[in-house]
Design a protein around this ligand. Structure first.
Ligand code: FE
Ligand code: FE
Ligand code: ZN
Length: 282
């Protein structure tokens, strides 16, 4: 992590493996990327070939790529009330972390989960239990808990809930947090009028040293709506400048910023160029 650089990219398709993902990101102006370790709705895993991964690692190093932010499938729910769903979470997590060792030193981000009526406390307990099963002292990946919008029975809609998960995990040094700007806004954190205040609250509750990555998204809904519907950076409820303030905030410098905005390739290239231009002029 080099705080003098802007690491910015988007969610690339995992098709074709690591080199293909790297080239796809670079083609749109990205210098890191996010990808789903398997189909976002579950199902087949990314084809992970050791030779392809090794070639990518040196290629990315030569280019000064930032830390990758792999994303677990949405169907991964460690605090489901169904045993089969919890078992899938364990299996997918374990397999994904093994695969992440092909590209050591990157991030694996996941949605903490939905407690589906069992209560936040039970949810936090189950999420921490899964982490205590899958984290190992030998692993080279940092696992990120994503800040959530608090939709339905989602756990992780407040910094305090994330803190409680962290507190229950033995190998806490393997954990960090990915801040999603749409999610925190929807959860009620007013990053439009008080980004500094929100980051201070994050720092006091969790610690900014644990904030490892940012999902940079605008929102289709007002602050506190608990909806989780992403908007393009310049077309959401928040002002475009708010997106730039987040991307250029000194306290967040050096983190990978990942766009999860509804866009086609041209849209991503345009958003990346727009943020980069502001960064150059800062
Ligand atoms: Fe996510
Ligand atoms: Fe996100
Ligand atoms: Zn979202």
């Amino acid at each position: 992590m080099d705080p003098t650089k802007l690491y910015l990219s988007y969610h690339v398709s995992a098709a074709g493996g690591y080199m293909a993902m790297g080239r796809r990101a670079a083609a749109l102006g990205g210098n890191t990327f996010a990808f789903f370790t398997r189909n976002p709705r579950g199902g087949a895993a990314l084809k992970a070939e050791p030779e392809d991964a090794a070639a990518f690692v040196s290629w990315a190093e030569e280019r000064g790529f930032g830390t990758l932010v792999a994303h677990a499938p949405y169907t991964l729910n460690p605090c489901s009330d169904k045993e089969t769903v919890r078992e899938f979470a364990h299996l997918a997590f374990t397999e994904d972390l093994q695969r992440m060792e092909l590209t050591p030193g990157n991030y694996y981000n996941f949605h903490p989960g939905s407690h589906v009526g069992q209560g936040t406390e039970a949810g936090i307990e189950a999420i921490a239990a899964l982490l205590n099963r899958v984290l190992t002292p030998e692993m080279h990946t940092t696992v990120l808990l994503e800040t959530m919008a608090g939709k339905g029975s989602e756990v992780g809609g407040s910094f305090e809930e994330l803190r409680e998960i962290l507190d229950r995990v033995t190998l806490r040094e393997k954990l960090g947090v990915c801040l999603d700007t749409c999610h925190v806004w929807d959860a009620g954190y007013d990053i439009e009028n008080d980004l500094d205040g929100v980051l201070t609250r994050f720092d006091k509750t969790i610690g900014l040293d644990r904030l490892k990555a940012v999902h940079l998204n605008n929102s289709k809904n007002p602050c506190g709506s608990r909806k989780d519907r992403h908007a393009p950076l310049r077309e959401g409820v928040m002002r475009p400048e708010t997106m730039l303030c987040a991307a250029l905030h000194p306290a967040l410098a050096g983190r990978p910023f990942i766009l999860e905005t509804p866009n086609d390739d041209a849209g991503y290239a345009s958003e990346i160029a727009w943020v980069r231009e502001a960064w150059e002029k800062r």
